[in-house]
Design a protein around this ligand. Sequence first.
Ligand code: PEP
Ligand code: MG
Length: 890
Amino acid sequence: MSENTKWVYGFGGGSAEGDASMKNLLGGKGANLAEMASLGLPVPPGFTITTDVCSEFYANDRKYPEGLKAQVSEALSKVGKTVGMDFGDKSKPLLVSVRSGARASMPGMMDTVLNLGLTDETVDGLAKLSGDARFAYDSYRRFIQMYSDVVLELDHHAFEELLETYKEGRDYFLDTEMTADDWVKVIAGYKKIVEEQLGRPFPQDPEEQLWGAIDAVFGSWRNDRANTYRRLHHIPESWGTAVNVQAMVFGNMGETSATGVAFTRDPSTGDNHYYGEFLINAQGEDVVAGIRTPQTLTKRAREAQGEDEPSMEEAMPDAYGELVKVFEKLENHYRDMQDIEFTIQDKKLWMLQTRNGKRTAKAALKIAVDMCKEGLIKENEAVCRVDPHSLDQLLHPSLDPDAPRDQVLTGLPASPGAASGEVVFNSDEAERLAQEGKAVILVRVETSPEDIHGMHAAKGIVTARGGMTSHAAVVARGMGRPCVCGAGDLKIDKSETFFTVAGRKVQKGDTVTIDGAEGRVYAGAVPTVQPELSGDFAELMTWADKARRMRVRANAETPHDAQVARDFGAEGIGLCRTEHMFFEADRIIAVREMILAESKKGREEALAKILPMQRSDFEKLFRVMTGLPVTIRLLDPPLHEFLPHSDEEIEEVAKSSSMDAQLLKDRAHKLKEFNPMLGHRGCRLGVSYPEIYEMQVRAIMEAACAIKKETGEDVTPEIMVPLVAKREELALLKVRIDEIALSVLKENNLKLDYLIGTMIELPRAALTADFIAEEAEFFSFGTNDLTQTTFGLSRDDSASFLPDYMRQGVFERDPFVTLDREGVGALVKIAVEKGRKTRPDIKLGICGEHGGDPDSIRFVEDAGLDYVSCSPYRTPIARLAAAQSKLQQS
Ligand code: PEP
Ligand code: MG
């Protein structure tokens, strides 16, 4: 940064120094304000202090870079000139708003100050200038309240209490009933509170006010709320926020003024009609805060919701007409659905913000598909418009339409989805209970940014107050949590132990079910049904499938999971964990018998019991997957998961195997390992006890033959050996696998292709992949174990301390969720290169959990693997992520 660095970018009056492409420097809000100003839209003039200033501020012990003050002062006087006012001037005082604006939108997480520049002197100037004393004093008291809270960090309850008491004393219900005189008295009271709490009077120097607010906004980049939000949304701390200082326009200037928020399409359903809310004679945050219930934007919405209060279309037709023109211009310009903030000051429309609107997954799909059909975007762009993570919302159940219901409450359908859980009334408790594994529904009067952790922990959210754009609604939609808000009949008792609705009581801890798509709350747990994935979803998926290179398979063992996967578009099975086929009660005894057998003979007896079960399992799997590849992994049981623990379990095995219980107990004790994840598992078991894998290979091949005879279609089993570290392990086992496979084919007098390959899940295997590929016809990267062994980080134990690593920035992501490109990724790349060198046509896939994580899928595309394999419900996510990875490949 040099002395001449430009720290401040102005906008307004039909031009701007920045534009929409400068989001990194100006933040989202600043860049879009500049863009709107250049488009000739009515934007109050202002300037943006860059995110670089934020970085300098934190790098230099909260000091600002040289030259900033002069640039701010120059920009401020330019703003004053544009509007014909002057900052601090007694007769024509320029007032400004000071707002945060990071690169990625973080709604409500950082600080905002409005009406800045008001003092005991300038407020009189504003009163004269506007000819409306009530408005001027209302603005001043708002400013004192907001500034005291945000900048001076005083206790806001004292201010709220004073106002409530004042209103009660005069039998007022709404703020709008307060007169100018009333506000003057409240202001005197407010200033007294400030002086008592602060030990000095409320600052009367506008310059001091301005820098206090700028400090507070930059400071709020690292407040707890913002830190939590960033962590949840993977926003790097290094990005910093910009600060926007903008001339105030007033929505609280009487009945011809208003403030509102709007979306150019419905953010919940994606329907192509304008959607929003507004409040007459109100300012900025009133709409979002959910304190007064706002009115609808359009006549259509008012009628649909059965509201009496007129819509904006009816109450302010001229301003509405202007707004509609702006909607069209912005949507065509940005080619995406916009989320807009506006103010009407004495009938004139002003634009305060636009950004690509947050939306539900359902809306995202519909908007992408519609915009493509409208010719606004291309198919491949539409594919890239939907966040694969968000599909999760659609892949989850909704309420069973035939299930009986006992409705407790109705409210607004703020965020779709269905969820059941215990009622809790505060966010800390919601978080604590969720950590204990309980499903909770957070019920609040309204939510604020302080509730973010509770909302995240909860399965669903219900609020008594607030509209569709209230904090609860916006945040819940972003998180994909079902939410019902503005449930006016909901009365939460002060004790926070129960709520009532028309006399009906629901206690804390009672189970309720919420339906966010309908805006309803039911008593008890209502059964749910799986979603139908047709319409927009199916259409977008076809476009995604056209665009992707990689195949998508699923990890599945049961015919049910395999069917779900196939219905979701899986193109085969990438991992069938055979040990998971043994968890059922009748099978686990036989498996325990096999593990605990003292001799080969004992083991063979146990295996003979297992063989028919395995064969029939494989037959079912092959039948569901006819025509598609199925990778079956030979047994890989971490022993501790299978050893009998209780006397009762030992007794069961003793009975079934006619072995002595005490002997079995001793043997189980002997087999106990200190470190089972690195113990006698995977192919090591096959090396020690060849008969186990021999039985499995026989079952696989007999099943394949049976299905070929039954359907006439070829089945190509891919037999996979787990946890290989050395070529020799695989070589040894491969001889036996081939022997059994060929003899089964001979017995059946059939010809059938099969492949033998290995998991790559140990660093040594990756590093010696060229040798291993001499034996292996395919590799499947087991990145769960590869992550565990590369980091030396236990899959089972790390959850207790990983959060410390994340909080302190050692890990930005959990490496078991998102693949670590630098370390684990490097090993994958080495193995790909070495594997292909030995065997150019080697088949390569990934079957660790990362196979269903969109960020990891991006890496897998870059690494050039042939397919990803993930859990059945993630199949559509993987299909979309694979398409985006290909389309956006760097
Ligand atoms: C792996 O290690 O990534 C893998 C898929 O195998 P498992 O999770 O069964 O150990
Ligand atoms: Mg593994």
